[in-house]
Design a protein around this ligand. Structure first.
Ligand SMILES: [Zn+2]
Length: 387
């Protein structure tokens, strides 16, 4: 049977005959590829000293144990690294990365958003001072090879059959989740092992676990050893929720992120509330997006109305969170957990408040609260074991 060498598509409806031969349209957004093409792994070498890692701060015993579990298990199979938001998952893979690099094996760290790629590349430069760390993302791909490649998941098509270790971060998130082409391109990039890193185990990952194809390494506790904040639920009609929102902002002593489902709602709330509060807004295609986020982080505003653009990877110290659900089915469990996971991340200020304001309860909200409760129970039993 005919198969695309890049995205593994076999559906003949996507195969077209061009001048040079048959090509695949399913993955055409990553440049045209002929079925007859043989994808070659790029050639480059890893520096002998690249694996020298150094931490500028100590790991907690729980992080150290997870790091060790990851290092041991990866020898036998792929690893599912299941950490609560803010647990410090990057630190946990450092030992494994160092091990691969010291054997001069090729590694990459892939994640959906380019802002996070840039931030992570900076952190790896500090953690691996002797390694050449490169960041590859859309519009920034002149240099493609180094000891540690940090890239967006979209850029993995540049590296067929390349990596001995591929770390796929935030596999529960858009655009990776549910995108078959992107998933297959990622599998094709890994010739060796994969570490799937996530805060929520979805159906696909549970199946891999059941089949014993991956080994779960979990870290249910943050470095400050405080539990995750369980959100308070406030339920009622839209007008009631807006009044409650007003009152919550009025009495809040912390900065707050108010998550909403659309750009329209973010702007609507901003215009409604800005005469009363020092607030701003952000959504994904906003021209001054980064400037608005920076101003909020610099504490120039008390409140920010945000779409899920702020849900991942962004840490604002000492912040509280409100999730406003005005429509059915807009936030799934993974997304809710990420939004609420913005609270209590600061080592020196682990407190904060979390609210879900919703017109009615739904399964996603129930699942999210159950999962936070489970993580807190696991954390507690870990703490008990160690005393
Ligand atoms: Zn294809």
């Amino acid at each position: 049977m005919r198969e695309c060498p890049r995205c593994l598509n076999r559906d003949p409806r996507y195969f077209y005959k061009g001048k040079k031969g048959i090509y695949c349209r399913k993955c055409i957004r990553f440049k045209r590829i002929l079925l007859s093409e043989d994808l070659m792994a790029p050639e480059y070498d890893i520096d002998l000293k690249a694996g020298h890692a150094r931490f500028t701060y100590p790991l907690t015993p729980y992080q150290a144990k997870a790091a060790f579990d990851c290092l041991i298990n990866i020898r036998y199979r792929d690893v599912l690294l299941h950490c609560v938001c803010g647990a410090g998952k990057t630190e946990i893979v450092v030992a494994t990365m160092a091990d691969y690099l010291s054997r001069r094996l090729k590694i990459a760290y892939a994640i959906a958003r380019k802002e996070v790629v840039k931030e992570l590349a900076g952190r790896f430069k500090i953690l691996f001072p002797k390694a050449k760390v490169i960041a590859v993302y859309g519009g920034h791909s002149e240099e493609k090879y180094g000891d540690i490649i940090v890239c967006t998941t979209h850029q993995l098509y540049r590296y067929p059959k390349t990596f001995d270790l591929l770390i796929l971060d935030e596999v529960d998130a858009f655009p990776f989740k549910g995108d078959e082409v992107l998933n297959n391109i990622a599998y094709m990039a890994a010739k060796g092992r994969i570490i799937y890193s996530t805060a929520t185990v979805d159906k696909h990952l549970s199946e891999l676990l059941k089949k014993d194809e991956v080994k779960e390494v979990s870290l249910p506790i943050r470095p400050h050893l405080k539990p995750l904040i369980v959100p308070r639920i406030i339920k009622g009609p839209k007008v009631y929720l807006l009044i409650r929102l007003f009152l919550l902002l009025k009495k809040s002593k912390r900065q707050m992120i108010i998550f909403v489902s659309s750009k329209k709602t973010a702007l609507y709330l901003y215009y409604l509330f800005h005469p009363f509060f020092n607030c701003t807004y952000v959504y994904s295609d906003l021209d001054k997006r980064d400037a608005h986020i920076k101003a909020f982080r610099d504490r120039k505003y008390d409140f920010i109305f945000a779409t899920t653009v702020l849900e991942r990877g962004i840490t604002v110290k000492g912040v509280s969170v409100i999730v406003l659900v005005l429509h059915e089915g807009v936030f799934d469990k993974a997304s809710l957990i990420q939004m609420l996971g913005r609270v209590g991340r600061d080592f020196h200020d682990p407190e904060g408040e979390a609210y879900i304001l919703t017109m009615r309860m739904n399964a996603e909200i129930d699942d999210c609260i159950r999962e936070i409760g489970n993580a807190n129970e696991q954390a507690l039993s870990l703490l008990r074991q160690s005393y």
